[in-house]
Every structure is written in structure tokens, then in C-alpha cells.
Design a protein around this ligand. Structure first.
Ligand code: PHE
Length: 393
């Protein structure tokens, strides 16, 4: 784990120095750290995401979005004249590292809120530190229902959940693609993949379709030929792979090598800009997935954001950049309303977020601390994610 802006620098600036020396050991976590915040100087906010490792695209893009939101806020005078300062950590795409990062942000950096993590399993691992330190955590893209239901009152998300996503994918498969037979390949190490497969299968079956094969793999596997050979023998119309782009690329190549012609279908875990097209090549041509945002969605009024993001980072944002930006802005907006006070006061203001004008849609935080939002369906055309449809809850 590598902090991007080192803690000692902050101490030297006398911002939080004395408090940090007496900070309890990471495992303990201070209660109500919000009230222990200094009343002047920069306001620290945190980010945790995969900046290295197989799913590095997720964290790098989301962090861009957070950074943009922080820079804009500071350019406009900060909050009560105090600038925000971003403390960012790499989860390396691993739950244990994500949990360590959250503990550091809470006990050492004393941040007011944290944007993170992208992957549901990592957010679940971070939640206990958010609860014990009473530091709100806003997950930009963790869609598994358990992230908020088990994560406790300090965990929020600005995206839809897999209860919605799994159902819309099942409807899309059955009604739009007219599929009868679906073979699933499910990453058993990912809470996200396991949960999404379950919702999808339940709904697809209820709509009269058939799950003809349900095969397992584990994140990071490289040989899927055994599972794919069994899946092929069941003659599926669709291969549903509710995992991450990093595994889908090689999986798709092997499926085509084995002569599987079925349409490839997935969820938001495939969202990776041009990465999936590069990893999968011709094998993923025409593949479809649901996600939170598409830069070429004609219905999205986000031209300013696209231009700003492109100017700052040299490429257009995908769902991860847009959700990182939205999550940070929801936190910043609440921080403004809380008078720059963290802890339970800030938690309360985040929970009160209503009709927030986000890039990925209007954000209202419900009683379960989730957002209810539309999804988009994207198709890979010549390797490029291309907007295909918008689906409302
Ligand atoms: N929804 C995925 C999860 O919960 C993460 C993700 C979201 C990945 C959006 C890409 C884009 O694990």
C-alpha cells in the first residue's frame, strides 16, 4: 500500500500533527473522529481504489474523478475558505489491502470522508473501519446489496445495486436478445459476481428462460477451457459472465477458440474504457454489458464534464471516472452543509442527499443508503464501448 501524499508532510505543516502522535493503534480506531478535527487548515478527504493489480483501471479512473471534484472545489474557494486535500491509497485490487487503507485513513490521516472502493468485496472489507471510526464511506461503484446492508450506517453508495442490475440484464437477455438458454461462468472469489449471477438466474428463469450451465472460476485463473467445454455442450444462446474485464478478455478468447458462438453478456464489471476490447480482441466484438454511464449516451447532458475530464486526463471518462466524480461531489456537498464537521454530523448530511444533479444521473440517497438510478447497455463495436440503450428502474 502506497500513500500518494505522505503523512509526514502533513505533520510538518502542523495540520494534524499533535493528534496523530496520540492516535490509537490502527486496529482500535477512534470513535467520532469528526469532532476531533481541527477547525482551520485544509480538510482531508480519502480515496481507496485499485491503482495497481489486475483491476487497476477501476481505481485509476475513479481517482481521476475524485481529483477533478477536489480541484474544482478548491478553485472555487474550498469549504468555508479551507481547501480540500486528497489522501489516496492503493488497494492493489485486494480486500485486505483495502481494509488496511481504510484503517489508515481513519486513524492516521483523520479524513472527513472516504470515496471507495470500486469492487464490492473490497468495500465490504473496509466497512468495519468506517463504522468504528465513524467516518462516512461513499462507494462509487460497489453494487452488491450487502455493501450497505451489512456495512452499517456509515457506508453509502452513489450507484444502483445488483438487485436492479441482475434483473435488467435478465430482461434484456430474454426480451431484447430473445435468449432461451444461458450458460453462466461465475468468479467465486467476487461477492459481486456471485450476487449478480444469482439475481440474473432467478429473474431469467422466472421469465421462462433456462440456465443450462453454471460454471465456477476464481479471479486470476488463466485457463477456462474445462468450464467452457462443458458450457459449449449445453448449446447456450448467451454466455453470461458477471465478473471483471480482467478475466473476461482471456475467457472470451478461449470461448471463441473452442467454437462457442454465443453472445457474450456481462455487467458493470466489464466497464474499462478500451481495455476489454484490447484484452479480448475479435472475441469480444458485439459483446454487451450494463453499466452506469456512457459518454456517447445522447440523453446524458454532460458535455462540460466530458470536456473537463478530457482536458485534465487526456481521454474521455467511462462509468468509473463519472462515478468517482459523483461520489466525491456528494461527499463535498454534504460537508458544506455540515459546516465542515465530520463524523455523525457529516453522516447525517450525506444521508439527506436528495435530487443531487450527478453526471451518472440524479442521486437521492434512500433509507438503505443506496441510490436508485437508471442503467445503460453498452455494446463493443470495433473494440469501442458504444451506447446501446438506457434502462430505468
Ligand atoms: N460493480 C462492481 C462491484 O461491485 C464494480 C464496478 C463498477 C466495476 C463499475 C466497474 C464499473 O464489484
Amino acid at each position: 500500500m502506497r500513500p500518494f501524499q505522505l503523512v509526514p508532510l502533513l505533520c510538518a505543516l502542523t495540520l494534524l500533527g499533535c493528534e496523530r502522535k496520540q492516535a490509537p493503534a490502527p486496529a482500535a480506531g477512534p470513535k467520532g473522529s469528526g469532532s476531533a478535527q481541527p477547525t482551520s487548515g485544509p480538510l482531508p478527504v480519502g480515496f481507496v481504489g485499485a491503482l495497481t493489480g489486475p483491476e487497476a483501471h477501476f481505481g485509476l479512473e475513479s481517482r481521476n474523478g475524485v481529483q477533478l471534484a477536489v480541484e474544482e472545489t478548491n478553485a472555487a474557494g474550498g469549504i468555508q475558505g479551507r481547501p480540500l486535500v486528497l489522501r489516496s491509497y492503493d488497494s492493489q485490487s485486494r480486500p485486505e489491502e483495502a481494509a488496511n487503507a481504510m484503517t489508515r485513513l481513519v486513524t492516521q490521516d483523520r479524513v472527513l470522508f472516504v470515496v471507495g472502493e470500486n469492487q464490492s468485496s473490497n468495500s465490504l472489507a473496509m466497512a468495519p473501519a468506517a463504522a468504528s471510526g465513524e467516518v462516512p464511506m461513499i462507494a462509487p461503484s460497489s453494487t452488491n446489496p450487502r455493501v450497505t446492508s451489512e456495512g452499517g450506517p456509515f457506508v453509502f453508495r452513489v450507484c444502483f445495486t445488483d438487485t436492479f442490475q441482475g434483473q435488467l440484464l435478465a430482461r434484456f437477455a430474454r426480451e431484447t436478445l430473445k435468449a432461451e438458454r444461458v450458460a453462466m461462468l461465475v468468479d467465486q472469489k467476487s461477492d459481486y459476481a456471485v450476487g449478480l449471477a444469482k439475481v440474473f438466474a432467478g429473474r431469467f428463469t422466472a421469465l421462462g428462460g433456462k440456465i443450462v450451465s453454471d460454471e465456477a472460476y476464481a479471479k486470476g485463473d488463466t485457463d477456462f477451457r474445462g468450464q467452457l467445454t462443458r458450457a459449449k455442450s449445453t448449446r447456450p444462446d448467451i454466455l453470461f459472465i458477471p465478473g471483471y474485464y480482467s478475466d473476461v478478455g482471456p475467457l472470451a478468447r478461449q470461448a471463441r477458440e473452442l467454437g462457442i458462438r454465443a453472445t457474450l453478456l456481462g455487467g458493470d464489471g466489464w466497464d474499462s474504457g478500451e481495455r476489454l476490447g484490447q484484452l479480448g480482441g475479435a472475441a469480444v466484438e458485439g459483446a454487451l454489458y450494463s453499466t452506469h454511464f456512457a459518454a456517447d449516451n445522447p440523453g446524458a447532458r454532460v458535455k462540460d464534464f466530458l470536456a473537463k475530464y478530457q482536458a485534465r486526463f487526456g481521454h474521455l471518462p467511462d462509468a468509473l471516472g463519472a462515478l468517482g466524480y459523483d461520489a466525491a461531489r456528494v461527499g463535498i456537498d454534504a460537508l458544506r452543509r455540515s459546516g465542515a464537521v465530520g463524523g455523525p454530523t457529516l453522516r447525517e448530511q450525506i444521508a439527506r442527499t436528495r435530487d443531487f444533479d450527478g453526471i451518472t444521473g440524479r442521486i437521492t440517497i434512500g433509507p438503505d443508503r443506496d441510490a436508485v438510478k437508471p442503467a445503460v447497455i453498452v455494446k463493443l463495436v470495433k473494440g469501442q464501448p458504444t451506447f446501446a440503450a438506457e434502462v430505468s428502474p
